[in-house]
Design a protein around this ligand. Structure first.
Ligand SMILES: [Zn+2]
Length: 791
């Protein structure tokens, strides 16, 4: 079985087509020359541009340089086949040519200057690799590259994708890409031969190095490339997974998933008898372990760590099994479901489907494709999300185009460059329809042109055939995926009930499809209430393949919080409803009656929820944009104790909010702070635990001027982090009175608020008050919030 290549498929579904068009537009606004900037510098060549890209591609601070260049190459290679407009295809080719020629030149020059390291191509010096191998590196040789093999994997994969994409189209660029990749493979082999300790290197994220090197070996059949790949096989991990041990809790998800993609790749590559002969008897025996590990891993992730959208992880990590409610609501809901993870899970899923034909993989594929991948793109400008919050009250936050270049933007550009790659598979005379999105596909083997016209609103797919030129050259049979989200289905061939056989999740039509024929399949999607295993009252709704999200308005829609290195995440508006207070008995039992379908012009489908306190409209999460939303809500009976507690908590927050005279939480050294006339010496802003702060170092200080009106005494509230308990500083009120502030233990939780009652005379006649925070002996505690409250 193989997939039908995207060059044969033209997407016509308006939503998906726009997503693809925006991606191509974005790719063409970037330039290979500029990505080559750092690569040329390392190779001792004069860069082609005055500067390189910033964000994660920067070189001056902690960075991931080269990673996005690799993703970019892969995306160009994929987009070339997806895009059908010739002028754009030409531009995509041109960028691939520049990338490959530039890398080839850099490789050659590097080899001249460093003959012992011939083959090396990178945006950073080899010292970054020495460092992950545990060798001592002089301070001036440090590259601040966090995960060098991860970045190099993207470059290698990009070259291989270009090789494949341009094969038979631009043969010279295609062959050159493979040649550069092959020499890079040689370099890796030589480096690995001298590696003192493989385990040490494997502790640092290395992306899909095993996957890419086995792929390279498949193409070159060079034993050295196979041996190089084995160095990235983490056998210890694979053996545990093959024994079905859930060793995932605490592991970095996007480090782990590609390892298993590599394991499944290894199993697949050696199905070929010629390549199989490269293996020793021991290796032949162990082959099954890789397959079992990949299958068990998938099962554990999907069953124990996955939300209804198909996404997994919290703060990039697999947490405890079946702790999804806890992760999304208690731990930290703004960083659930890293989008890279779903991109990579879909890669693994495809591999496993080809190896097993088990339809559960296609079910997961569809769920995730719609609700995690399509959902991650801004439909206005094509930018992409990093984390996808699952709770209620959040906004979607997308990358900026030219100065961030997150990992999820990298996998994102690949995802949106191959949107149709799983639409159809083919085996013998059967074409398998896996996903229902309107498109047209040419089947030259059969001389047939197939048009799929899917009304996703009504869940009806119509297939019509015509011949490409003469009569069909051989019979074509259709097999249509029967999704798990439909109660029943009706299948018509030329207007009459079709004869079919149900097998492995597909309806196999018994009669061949000739020219000018029509096949129609009608589904009956149903509503579903799902919950997390650790809290049956933490619920989400699904309708057919769509996860529904409740729309919660546009309040502070543009805000974001910093997280990790240059990443921004969504914010939660805690006063928005995150609980569905039901006003009838047995609401969950009769939930289907409570979801009233309504027409909304801007939504594919929409439901008004009845018999709950808040008026919330649910519609597909994937198309939710420019609006705060909730996927999971707490479902509570209105008069239950839990509901009362939730209400009082909200009321308490509301009262608190009403008491606020003025506040500062966004310590940005920018608009927010300067609006409060920030001034400082030896002080800095940064972020921790998802919130921004400012602190002053020894001998430093910082100050603000606040303006507000009140005739009464008022409170000053300062927010600290519990790790700063015991730290002190001086607080100057209006440059006159000095108070010593010490961070005191607070109730459970990450942050502590301390309140001080101040006399109304501190407020000037014009309504201003100055605060200065000054270090005493050491640095000040970090200040995460300054709020003036009515007393
Ligand atoms: Zn990511």
């Amino acid at each position: 079985m193989k997939s039908i290549q995207t060059n044969l498929i033209t997407i016509t579904d308006s939503y998906v087509k726009r997503a693809q068009d925006l991606l191509v537009q974005y790719l063409l606004s970037l330039k290979s020359e500029k990505f080559l900037f750092e690569v040329y510098k390392i190779a001792g060549l004069q860069p082609l541009t005055n500067e390189g890209y910033q964000g994660w591609e920067r070189s001056n601070e902690i960075n991931f340089r080269g990673h996005f260049f690799g993703h970019y190459m892969s995306a160009l290679a994929l987009a070339y086949h997806a895009e059908k407009r010739s002028p754009l295809k030409d531009q995509l080719i041109k960028e691939m040519q520049v990338a490959v020629a530039g890398l080839a030149q850099a490789q050659e020059n590097y080899a001249l200057n460093h003959p012992e390291s011939a083959g090396y191509i990178s945006a950073f010096r080899e010292s970054a690799l020495d460092e992950v191998e545990g060798k001592s590196v002089l301070p001036e040789d440090k590259e601040n590259v966090l995960v060098p093999w991860y970045n190099l994997h993207k470059i290698l994969a990009g070259l291989l994708d270009i090789y494949k994409s341009l094969k038979g189209i631009k043969e010279d660029t295609s062959q050159l890409a493979l040649e550069v990749a092959s020499q890079f493979g040689d370099y890796i082999y030589h480096r690995m031969m001298q590696l003192p300790d493989k385990k040490r290197m494997l502790q640092i994220e290395y992306g899909g190095m095993n996957d890419a090197l086995y792929h390279l070996f498949e193409l070159t059949k060079k034993k050295e490339h196979m041996i190089a790949a084995t160095y990235f096989d983490e056998d210890e991990l694979f053996e545990k997974l093959a024994n079905n041990e859930n060793i995932l809790p605490g592991r970095h998800a996007n480090t782990t998933i590609p390892k298993l993609i590599g394991a499944s790749k290894k199993y697949q590559v050696f199905q070929d008898s010629e390549l199989h002969s490269f293996l020793s008897d021991e290796e032949k025996e162990k082959r099954q372990t890789y397959f079992e590990a990949a299958k068990n891993f998938w099962e554990i992730v999907v069953n124990e760590h996955t939300y209804c959208t198909g996404g997994n992880s919290q703060s990039e990590h697999f947490q405890e099994p079946n702790s999804l409610y806890y992760d999304a609501e208690v731990r930290k809901g703004d960083c659930t479901c890293e989008t890279c993870n779903t991109h990579n899970m879909l890669k693994l899923t495809r591999n496993l489907y080809f190896l097993t034909k088990d339809p559960k993989y296609l079910d997961y594929y569809e769920r995730t494709y719609i609700n995690a991948i399509l959902a991650s793109q801004n439909p206005e400008n094509g930018m992409m999300m990093y984390f996808q919050p699952m709770g209620a009250g959040y906004n979607k936050v997308y990358n900026r185009p030219y100065d961030e270049f997150w990992c999820c933007t990298g996998t994102g550009v690949e995802s949106f460059a191959k949107l149709a790659d799983t639409y159809y598979f083919q085996e013998n005379d059967y074409v398998f329809v896996n996903l229902y999105f309107s498109n047209e596909v040419s089947l030259p083997d059969h001389n047939i042109h197939l048009v799929q016209d899917t009304d996703r609103k009504k869940s009806i797919a119509t297939f019509t055939t015509s011949t490409m030129s003469e009569e069909p050259s051989k019979p074509l049979y259709l097999a249509l995926k029967i999704p798990t989200w439909t109660d029943e289905f009706e299948l018509l061939h030329n207007g009459v009930l079709a004869d079919y056989e149900l097998k492995d999740g597909f309806a196999y039509l018994k009669r061949a499809v000739g020219k000018n024929e029509t096949v129609v399949i009608k589904f009956a999607p149903y509503l579903k209430l799902v919950s997390t295993k650790d809290n049956p009252n933490y619920v989400a709704f699904e309708y057919g393949p769509y996860v529904l999200a409740g729309g919660l308005g546009t309040q502070h829609i543009e805000t974001d919080n910093p997280n990790g290195i240059l990443v921004r995440v969504g914010t939660k508006e805690r006063l928005l409803p995150d609980t569905l207070m039901t006003t009838t008995d047995d609401w969950p039992v009769h939930f289907k009656d409570q979801m009233q379908p309504i027409e909304r012009e801007d939504k594919l489908i929409a439901f008004q929820v009845k018999n709950v306190k808040d008026n919330i409209i649910f519609s597909p999460y994937y198309e939710m944009h420019g609006e705060r939303y909730g996927i999971y809500f707490n479902l509570l009976e209105a008069d239950s104790k839990e509901a009362q507690d939730a209400i009082s908590q909200k009321e308490e927050w509301l009262r608190e909010k009403e008491r606020i005279l003025v506040e500062l939480h966004n310590f940005d050294d920018n608009n927010s702070e300067h609006a409060k006339k920030v001034d400082y010496q030896v002080s800095k802003v940064d972020a921790f635990w998802g919130r921004r702060y400012r602190k002053a170092f020894k001998d430093g200080w910082f100050s603000y001027e606040f303006r507000f009106q009140t005739n009464d005494d008022f409170y000053l509230q300062l927010d600290f982090h519990q790790k700063d308990v015991g730290k002190s500083m001086e607080l100057l009120l209006n440059d006159q009175e000095i108070r010593t502030i010490t961070v005191q233990e607070g109730p459970d939780g990450e942050f502590i608020s301390q309140k001080f009652l101040l006399d109304n005379t501190y407020l000037s006649y014009e309504g201003s008050m100055k605060l200065t925070f000054k270090s005493i002996e050491n640095e000040t505690p970090r200040v995460f919030g300054i709020t003036f409250l009515k007393s």
